[in-house]
Write a protein that binds this ligand. Structure first.
Ligand code: GLN
Length: 500
């Protein structure tokens, strides 16, 4: 389908379709105020975003599909609410994008893979349902690494995404499309998923705040599984306040995901404005070792200095098992992936390459449907789970995972939050790392620790190298300490963190 044909239903309504996008950088508050003051209608805003998408997406390749009919129906509902003069729900009229590993009823959900090229889920993910119930207008589905495996979005079967800030560079991954659409103003906020860094790292590469809540904070129902003990859904937006607002809507117990927690969801927005009470921030030595780009280091040090200026106390801490995190992550994540991806067998749904023999049909379907990185991980994961190697790899990996979680527990007895770089390097060139999987895996060195430990983490913009390439500072909090790290990230943003 072409872009024009996807947007035809909207284009035909010339009353809703402006020729030039409005030149506004929208926030959630901004949208709500404009709607309430009747400066714009939800339908006009929607048409404006589709106009922007039409202009910019062919170059960025960040949206894989648009959902104009669904969006228009929702925008009409919001306009009716405005007309009735009642109170507006928290995300009223806010144009949002959804990573294509998150199920959307009636809309293709490909996971960036050929094997699900024509898969249309019969139900919505809980997070999607909650967004729409809160008034959000869903624009479409965003490109990502195949089954969320990657750090650059170059593993998508539908082509790479370009970084809107530097078009010769990657946007990060695997939620590259979700980060790029927000950074380019093609959505006000988006949902991504993070298994080992896939929300935080693209947020960092595209110069926007991006957050992974604690494991269990957001329901995974409808998220197509990569590694179930690590996968999390979370928000990306252009301001920390918007990240907080989206998290608040999607968080909370869901009976359809037994790992979602009953812990109450705080009013994150209200927490943001409270003054910092001289928090102690831990800076772990292990995150500043070799392999870190010198320019990134400079920006992170400037960011840490800004926190000191804000009245925070900085404490040196040790997290001695950090070195083992990449190996541990790539054992556990691949083991779980090999098991989760066994369901793509050409029988129940997704691609089928027919053959007279069942085994040959499996082989041909999986051979044609999965890309090289997904195959590599299935082979690795099958190996670490196989009889004879299980103890040496998978079981050992689980034990080290516990030690890494203990590092975090110890750290939080000395500090209220932990500061680290999000990525050791700035956004790299398209193609620069594709031939060396190990180099690609090393991009996750600072993010996978928090994933293994189950703690929340946020990446917040921390200056730009040469005024162009964004750097992200990561803040980890204790389990269910989302309010605390949002408050710190907000204070940092307000103090000019994006320009340090
Ligand atoms: N880049 C990491 C990987 O390739 C993390 C991916 C993710 O968080 N989904 O596994």
């Amino acid at each position: 389908m072409t872009w024009r044909s996807m947007l035809r239903p909207l284009r035909q309504r010339s009353d809703l379709y402006r020729e030039k996008p409005l030149a506004t950088a929208w926030t959630i508050e901004g949208v709500k105020e404009a709607l309430a003051a009747k400066k714009i209608s939800a339908r006009e805003l929607l048409a404006d975003f589709y106009r922007r998408i039409e202009a910019r997406n062919p170059e960025l390749n960040a949206y894989l599909a648009l959902t104009p009919e669904r969006a228009r129906r929702q925008a009409e509902r919001i306009d009716a609410l405005v007309a009735a003069g009642g109170p507006l729900p928290p995300l009223a009229g806010v144009p949002m994008a959804i990573k294509d590993v998150i199920s959307t009823r009636g809309t293709k959900t490909t996971c960036g893979s050929k094997i699900l090229e024509n898969y249309i889920p019969p139900y919505d993910a809980t997070a999607v349902e909650r967004l729409e119930a809160a008034g959000a207008v869903l624009l479409g589905k965003t490109n990502c690494d195949e089954f969320a495996m990657g750090s650059s979005n170059e593993n998508s079967a539908y082509g790479p995404v370009k970084n809107p800030l530097a078009p010769d560079r990657v946007p990060g991954g695997s939620s590259g499309g979700s980060a790029a659409v927000v950074a380019a103003g093609l959505a006000v906020a988006s949902l991504g998923t993070d298994t080992g860094g896939s929300i935080r790292q693209p947020g960092s590469f595209c110069g926007i705040p991006a957050m992974m809540g604690s494991y269990g904070r957001v329901s995974r129902y409808g998220l197509i599984a990569f590694a179930s003990s690590l996968d999390r859904i979370g928000p990306l937006a252009s301001k920390v306040r918007d990240v907080a607002s989206v998290l608040e809507v999607i968080a909370g117990r869901d009976p359809l995901d037994s790992t979602s927690t009953t812990a109450p969801v705080p009013d994150y927005g209200a927490e943001l404005g409270k003054p910092l009470k001289r928090p102690r921030l831990g800076v772990p030595k292990e995150y500043f070792a070799e392999g870190m780009d010198a320019n990134v280091r400079k920006k992170i040090e400037a960011g840490i200095a800004l926190f000191r200026k804000l009245g925070c106390e900085l404490v040196d801490i040790r997290m001695p098992h950090t070195d083992f995190a990449i190996a541990t992550y790539y054992i556990i994540a691949t083991a779980e992936a090999s098991s989760n991806l066994a369901r793509y067998d050409g029988v129940r749904y997704g691609l089928r390459v027919p053959d007279d023999s069942l085994l040959a049909m499996y082989r041909k379907t999986r051979g044609a449907g999965f890309g090289p990185e997904v195959k590599r991980r299935i082979v690795l994961g099958t190996y670490v789970l196989s009889a004879g190697y299980y103890d040496a790899y998978y079981l050992k990996g689980q034990k080290v995972r516990t030690l890494i979680a203990e590092d975090f527990r110890d750290a939080f007895s000395k500090a209220d939050a932990i500061l680290t770089p999000t990525s050791p390097v700035p956004p790299f060139q398209l193609g620069e790392r594709t031939s060396d999987p190990l180099q690609m895996y090393l991009a996750d060195i600072y993010t996978v620790t928090g994933s293994l430990a189950g703690v929340p983490g946020i990446s917040v913009p921390c200056g730009k190298i040469d005024g162009q390439l964004p750097v992200g500072l990561q803040i980890f909090g204790p389990p269910f300490g989302e309010a605390r790290i949002l408050q710190l990230a907000h204070a940092f943003e307000q103090a000019g963190g994006a320009e340090v």
